[in-house]
Ligand binder design. Structure first.
Ligand SMILES: [Zn+2]
Ligand SMILES: [Zn+2]
Length: 217
Protein backbone atom coordinates (compact mmCIF):
# COMPACT_ATOMS: atom_id res chain seq x y z
CA UNK A 1 0.00 0.00 0.00
CA UNK A 2 1.45 3.36 -0.94
CA UNK A 3 1.83 6.05 1.66
CA UNK A 4 -0.76 8.18 -0.17
CA UNK A 5 -3.40 5.46 -0.11
CA UNK A 6 -2.70 4.78 3.56
CA UNK A 7 -4.27 7.81 5.19
CA UNK A 8 -6.01 6.30 8.23
CA UNK A 9 -4.78 3.71 10.72
CA UNK A 10 -5.98 2.26 14.02
CA UNK A 11 -4.18 3.72 17.03
CA UNK A 12 -4.37 3.49 20.81
CA UNK A 13 -3.39 6.33 23.11
CA UNK A 14 -1.97 4.67 26.22
CA UNK A 15 -3.19 7.62 28.31
CA UNK A 16 -0.89 7.22 31.35
CA UNK A 17 -2.28 8.19 34.73
CA UNK A 18 -0.78 8.01 38.22
CA UNK A 19 -1.28 4.52 39.61
CA UNK A 20 0.27 1.55 41.35
CA UNK A 21 0.55 -1.18 38.68
CA UNK A 22 2.05 -4.63 39.30
CA UNK A 23 4.04 -6.99 37.06
CA UNK A 24 0.70 -8.53 36.05
CA UNK A 25 -0.52 -5.21 34.60
CA UNK A 26 0.16 -3.21 31.47
CA UNK A 27 1.90 -0.01 32.57
CA UNK A 28 4.62 2.58 32.18
CA UNK A 29 7.47 2.55 34.68
CA UNK A 30 6.15 -0.21 36.96
CA UNK A 31 7.63 -3.63 37.80
CA UNK A 32 8.24 -5.99 34.88
CA UNK A 33 7.34 -9.66 34.61
CA UNK A 34 10.96 -10.80 34.32
CA UNK A 35 12.14 -14.36 35.03
CA UNK A 36 14.85 -14.92 37.61
CA UNK A 37 16.83 -17.18 35.25
CA UNK A 38 17.13 -14.77 32.29
CA UNK A 39 19.84 -12.08 32.03
CA UNK A 40 18.49 -8.54 32.34
CA UNK A 41 19.17 -6.45 29.19
CA UNK A 42 22.40 -4.43 29.34
CA UNK A 43 23.56 -1.54 27.15
CA UNK A 44 27.21 -2.09 26.26
CA UNK A 45 27.77 1.67 26.24
CA UNK A 46 29.17 1.93 22.71
CA UNK A 47 26.55 4.52 21.67
CA UNK A 48 26.15 6.39 24.96
CA UNK A 49 28.87 8.46 26.61
CA UNK A 50 31.60 5.80 26.75
CA UNK A 51 32.84 7.15 30.07
CA UNK A 52 29.68 5.68 31.62
CA UNK A 53 30.49 2.12 30.53
CA UNK A 54 27.92 -0.69 30.38
CA UNK A 55 24.64 -0.02 32.20
CA UNK A 56 21.44 -2.01 32.68
CA UNK A 57 18.42 -0.97 30.64
CA UNK A 58 15.42 0.37 32.56
CA UNK A 59 12.01 -1.29 32.26
CA UNK A 60 9.92 1.50 30.72
CA UNK A 61 6.70 -0.02 29.38
CA UNK A 62 5.01 -3.40 29.40
CA UNK A 63 1.90 -4.20 27.42
CA UNK A 64 -0.12 -7.43 27.58
CA UNK A 65 -1.82 -8.76 24.46
CA UNK A 66 -5.13 -9.08 26.33
CA UNK A 67 -5.06 -5.26 26.78
CA UNK A 68 -3.40 -4.33 23.45
CA UNK A 69 -4.24 -6.92 20.79
CA UNK A 70 -3.47 -4.22 18.20
CA UNK A 71 0.28 -4.73 18.73
CA UNK A 72 2.01 -7.02 16.20
CA UNK A 73 2.70 -9.84 18.67
CA UNK A 74 4.73 -12.66 17.12
CA UNK A 75 3.35 -16.18 17.46
CA UNK A 76 3.55 -17.43 21.03
CA UNK A 77 4.11 -14.02 22.64
CA UNK A 78 1.55 -12.22 24.76
CA UNK A 79 3.67 -9.54 26.44
CA UNK A 80 5.75 -6.69 25.02
CA UNK A 81 8.40 -5.28 27.33
CA UNK A 82 10.09 -2.03 26.33
CA UNK A 83 13.45 -1.08 27.83
CA UNK A 84 15.30 2.23 27.70
CA UNK A 85 18.96 2.85 28.35
CA UNK A 86 18.39 6.14 30.13
CA UNK A 87 21.61 7.77 28.99
CA UNK A 88 22.10 10.00 25.98
CA UNK A 89 22.88 8.06 22.78
CA UNK A 90 24.00 9.16 19.36
CA UNK A 91 21.96 6.78 17.19
CA UNK A 92 21.51 7.06 13.40
CA UNK A 93 18.00 8.58 13.72
CA UNK A 94 17.85 9.56 17.37
CA UNK A 95 19.65 11.61 19.95
CA UNK A 96 18.22 10.14 23.13
CA UNK A 97 17.80 6.87 25.00
CA UNK A 98 18.40 3.54 23.27
CA UNK A 99 15.55 1.01 23.13
CA UNK A 100 15.20 -2.77 23.40
CA UNK A 101 11.99 -4.69 22.83
CA UNK A 102 11.33 -8.09 24.38
CA UNK A 103 8.35 -10.10 23.08
CA UNK A 104 7.58 -12.67 25.76
CA UNK A 105 5.28 -15.60 26.50
CA UNK A 106 4.14 -14.64 30.00
CA UNK A 107 2.93 -18.17 30.75
CA UNK A 108 6.54 -19.43 30.82
CA UNK A 109 7.57 -17.03 33.61
CA UNK A 110 7.46 -18.96 36.87
CA UNK A 111 9.81 -17.27 39.30
CA UNK A 112 10.39 -13.52 39.10
CA UNK A 113 13.60 -11.57 39.40
CA UNK A 114 13.94 -10.35 42.99
CA UNK A 115 15.20 -6.87 42.22
CA UNK A 116 15.46 -5.04 38.90
CA UNK A 117 19.02 -3.81 38.29
CA UNK A 118 19.41 -0.03 38.41
CA UNK A 119 21.86 2.02 36.35
CA UNK A 120 24.60 3.79 38.29
CA UNK A 121 23.83 6.99 36.38
CA UNK A 122 20.78 8.15 34.37
CA UNK A 123 19.61 11.22 32.46
CA UNK A 124 16.68 12.44 34.57
CA UNK A 125 14.83 13.45 31.38
CA UNK A 126 14.60 9.84 30.22
CA UNK A 127 13.48 8.17 33.44
CA UNK A 128 9.80 7.11 33.43
CA UNK A 129 7.48 7.76 36.35
CA UNK A 130 5.08 4.99 37.42
CA UNK A 131 1.79 5.06 35.52
CA UNK A 132 -1.27 2.91 35.03
CA UNK A 133 -2.88 3.10 31.58
CA UNK A 134 -6.41 4.04 30.53
CA UNK A 135 -6.26 3.35 26.79
CA UNK A 136 -8.24 5.36 24.24
CA UNK A 137 -8.86 3.68 20.88
CA UNK A 138 -9.32 5.77 17.76
CA UNK A 139 -8.62 6.03 14.06
CA UNK A 140 -5.66 8.26 13.34
CA UNK A 141 -5.51 10.27 10.13
CA UNK A 142 -2.21 11.04 8.42
CA UNK A 143 -2.90 14.77 8.49
CA UNK A 144 -4.03 14.77 12.17
CA UNK A 145 -1.40 12.83 14.13
CA UNK A 146 -1.37 12.70 17.94
CA UNK A 147 1.89 13.34 19.77
CA UNK A 148 0.73 11.46 22.87
CA UNK A 149 2.16 8.11 23.98
CA UNK A 150 0.52 5.55 21.71
CA UNK A 151 0.71 2.35 19.73
CA UNK A 152 -0.02 2.16 16.01
CA UNK A 153 -1.07 5.21 14.04
CA UNK A 154 1.44 7.46 12.33
CA UNK A 155 4.83 8.84 13.30
CA UNK A 156 4.35 12.37 14.70
CA UNK A 157 6.91 14.12 12.50
CA UNK A 158 8.23 17.51 13.50
CA UNK A 159 10.68 17.36 10.58
CA UNK A 160 10.25 15.86 7.09
CA UNK A 161 8.75 12.34 6.99
CA UNK A 162 11.23 9.54 6.27
CA UNK A 163 10.71 5.86 5.42
CA UNK A 164 12.93 3.36 7.19
CA UNK A 165 13.79 -0.03 5.66
CA UNK A 166 14.46 -2.92 8.06
CA UNK A 167 18.24 -3.17 8.61
CA UNK A 168 17.96 -6.99 8.61
CA UNK A 169 15.74 -7.75 5.59
CA UNK A 170 14.96 -4.48 3.82
CA UNK A 171 11.18 -4.68 4.33
CA UNK A 172 9.39 -1.46 5.23
CA UNK A 173 9.27 -0.65 8.91
CA UNK A 174 6.03 0.52 10.50
CA UNK A 175 5.28 2.90 13.31
CA UNK A 176 4.65 0.67 16.35
CA UNK A 177 5.19 2.64 19.57
CA UNK A 178 5.56 6.32 20.31
CA UNK A 179 6.54 7.72 23.70
CA UNK A 180 5.41 11.33 24.01
CA UNK A 181 6.76 14.20 26.06
CA UNK A 182 3.25 15.61 26.33
CA UNK A 183 -0.01 13.73 26.75
CA UNK A 184 -3.40 14.97 25.51
CA UNK A 185 -4.66 14.55 29.11
CA UNK A 186 -1.96 16.89 30.43
CA UNK A 187 -0.77 14.07 32.76
CA UNK A 188 2.76 13.79 31.36
CA UNK A 189 5.10 10.92 32.23
CA UNK A 190 7.73 13.60 32.97
CA UNK A 191 10.18 12.28 30.42
CA UNK A 192 11.30 14.43 27.52
CA UNK A 193 12.50 13.35 24.08
CA UNK A 194 14.21 15.75 21.72
CA UNK A 195 12.67 19.20 21.87
CA UNK A 196 9.52 18.19 23.75
CA UNK A 197 8.96 15.64 20.99
CA UNK A 198 8.48 11.90 20.68
CA UNK A 199 10.59 8.79 20.79
CA UNK A 200 9.30 6.50 18.05
CA UNK A 201 9.98 2.80 17.66
CA UNK A 202 9.52 1.38 14.17
CA UNK A 203 9.47 -2.38 13.65
CA UNK A 204 9.86 -4.63 10.61
CA UNK A 205 6.54 -5.44 8.95
CA UNK A 206 7.80 -8.97 8.12
CA UNK A 207 9.34 -9.94 11.47
CA UNK A 208 8.83 -7.81 14.55
CA UNK A 209 11.93 -9.33 16.17
CA UNK A 210 14.21 -7.81 13.50
CA UNK A 211 16.33 -4.79 14.44
CA UNK A 212 14.11 -1.81 15.29
CA UNK A 213 14.64 1.82 14.33
CA UNK A 214 14.63 4.33 17.15
CA UNK A 215 13.63 7.75 15.94
CA UNK A 216 13.43 10.94 17.99
CA UNK A 217 11.69 13.95 16.47
ZN1 LIG B 1 23.24 3.07 26.63
ZN1 LIG C 1 13.05 -7.26 8.65
Amino acid sequence: MSIDADRARPAVLLNPLAGDPTDADSHIGGPLLWPIDEPWPTCDGTTHDPASGAEPFVGAVQLYRRDYPELPFPEGADLLQVFLCTLHHELPHAHGPDVRLVWRDSSTVVELIEEEPEPSVQEELYVPTVNALEPIRYTEHADKVSGGTKIGGFTPWQTEPVEFPCPDCGAAQRQTLSLGTHEPSGEDVEWEFGREGNLNVLTCAKDVRHTVTVHVD
